[in-house]
Write a protein that binds this ligand. Sequence first.
Ligand SMILES: [Zn+2]
Length: 147
Amino acid sequence: MEKNYLEKNIETKCAVCGKKYKIAKLNLDPCPNCGWYNDLMCEEHENEVIYRNLVSLNKAKKLFAEGKPLRPSLEDFLDALNFYGEMEFTFTTFHCALFRTNGQIEFDLGTDETVFFNGKEDFIKNAKINGVYVRDIWDQVENPSYM
Ligand SMILES: [Zn+2]
């Protein structure tokens, strides 16, 4: 008989908020209480941003303790890009995509425009959408996520 890897029958305790909840063997869902994807790799690298989370474990604990959502800073988001290679977010009518390509960051604004940056610092310093620095509007972007 085939085992059901999606049946939520394993009890786990969230590493961020401490709440107990049930997960499936194929653990696809975040903690229903705080949104953290409980994953051993994230716990072993507690100060790094690792898929599928967008902040490090230690930062998530800090944000949760302060009653804030587990939302990535621009720096966290670019660390996630460095880890995973493909990220996206939306700002007003711009559906933006970022790709890690040969040590560079390819920034696709969902228009005809694609701009390249020489890594994280260059992106933070210089990336713009419609003439506005991404770093200045980062708090207003929607759905920053893995692709
Ligand atoms: Zn939690």
